[in-house]
Ligand binder design. Structure first.
Ligand code: FEO
Length: 409
């Protein structure tokens, strides 16, 4: 995509990355990701964020279509993670007089990552930078996603550059603006990004939203994914809802199965959930990457885990999911458990202990020996119905209390 002027004098100069397999070396990118950088041009020019190092030349070519890159006066570093700061050494070589602006917490990182010590200035909350016709202000939003992160706001046009906040996975498929696409095409990948990357910092996300509330925001221009110039509240409310971890009325069933017996229970549980009129998704923990399991566990209030006993404990891929959910600090889940044992148990007991530790609401569990009997399958179906009923009741309570708000448009 060529540079796009998102408001007079404010240009998207980002790149699509469709070749990196794993974001952060960890999370699959089947649909790619974008690294959005922005050029703000007044009498002086500032670049807001950059791109991952291998895309530095592409960034320079895009900047050059608007102004010679050596004319850059400022490099604003909202966030030091290298998907946004990786091109800094190149930019420094091309635009040696450009001053680097970042939070105080970012300065040691600039040195450690890139040996950048000179020509650097720390900005504090509310500091302003007059570019001549454009004015930037700086607003730290620590831990969205690292401690040094800040948002930059262009005051004359009301454009917020919040870096990781309000972003998502998925490269830009020929359009930059959210109002120019069917957002349903992107939403799964925005939620997967949220749950995988910033979900653990949900409290910081809510603090950031509160902190930025007084700004007259017309456009939200994150550093991954779509730019919002209409319905700005839609992406903000989605992020707030996910950060509150309320969960939509629905159930995710994640199971592991060595020889298909626990899978048979999973099918019965899913049948029960659907009988109660609640959406359900069934996922094989050994075959679906945990990145997607996290996303769906975050999406829906109900979480039913199925596991045979393996090495005296839960099936390892199921255990891995639970461990990650613990690290991501997911709360408010209505849970059911089911599983099998050949001669001695352990999976359900250990999963139950973890559910209690996490403060999740355990509705019930169904264990069986070897292969499930007709009675076991009936108990599984009933477990599905009970979890679904609890989830639907929680959804009704949220509606009465004023939520859910995230999907109103
Ligand atoms: Fe997109 Fe935390 O970097």
């Amino acid at each position: 995509m060529n540079p796009i002027e998102i408001r007079p004098g404010i240009h998207w100069v980002g790149v699509n990355d469709r070749t990196t397999d794993l974001f952060e070396g960890l999370w699959p990118l089947p649909h790619g990701v974008s690294y959005n950088a922005y050029l703000v041009v007044g009498t002086k020019a500032a670049l807001i964020d950059s791109v991952k190092a291998p895309f530095g030349e592409e960034l320079l070519r895009k900047i050059a279509r608007i102004l010679p890159p050596d004319r850059l006066d400022y490099l604003v570093v909202n966030h030091m993670e290298p998907d946004h700061s990786g091109a800094l050494p190149l930019l420094r070589r091309v635009a040696p007089r450009a001053e680097v602006l970042a939070t105080k917490a970012a300065l040691p990182m600039l040195d450690r990552f890139y040996g950048i010590r000179d020509g650097v200035r720390a900005v504090a909350d509310g500091d302003k930078l007059d570019l001549g016709g454009k004015v930037l202000s700086f607003h730290p939003i620590p831990f969205v996603h690292w401690p040094e992160t800040m948002a930059t706001f262009e005051e004359s046009e009301g454009v917020l550059f919040p870096c990781d906040a309000f972003g998502g996975f998925r490269a830009l498929d020929g359009a930059l603006f959210a109002d120019a696409v069917d957002f349903a095409h992107y939403e799964d990948e925005v939620l997967r990004y949220f749950s995988n990357i910033v979900g653990m910092q949900s409290a910081a996300v809510l603090r950031a939203i509160e902190r930025l509330r007084d700004l007259r925001i017309e456009v939200v221009a994150p550093s991954h994914g779509l730019v919002w110039r209409k319905e700005v509240s839609r992406i903000v409310e989605l992020y707030a809802r996910w950060a509150r971890m309320e969960g939509d009325p629905g159930v995710t069933i994640v199971y592991g199965s060595m020889y298909g017996e626990t899978l048979r229970l999973a099918e019965a549980v899913a049948h029960g959930v659907r009988e109660a009129g609640v959406p359900v998704r069934v996922l094989d923990a050994a075959r679906v990457h945990v990145s997607f399991l996290l996303r769906d566990a975050w999406r829906w209030r109900g979480l039913i885990l199925g596991s045979p006993t393996y090495d005296t404990g839960p099936f390892p891929p199921v255990e891995h999911l639970v461990r990650l959910l613990e690290r991501k600090r997911l709360k408010n889940r209505v849970v059911g458990l089911f599983g099998s044992q050949a001669w001695a148990g352990g999976a359900l007991r250990k999963l139950g202990e973890k559910v209690a530790e996490l403060g999740w609401d355990l509705v019930g569990e169904v264990g069986f020996l070897g292969a499930p009997t007709a009675e076991d399958l009936a108990r599984g179906r009933e477990l599905g119905r009970e979890v679904a009923a609890r989830v639907a009741a929680a959804g009704a309570t949220q509606s009465v209390a004023g939520g859910p708000q995230g999907r109103k448009t």
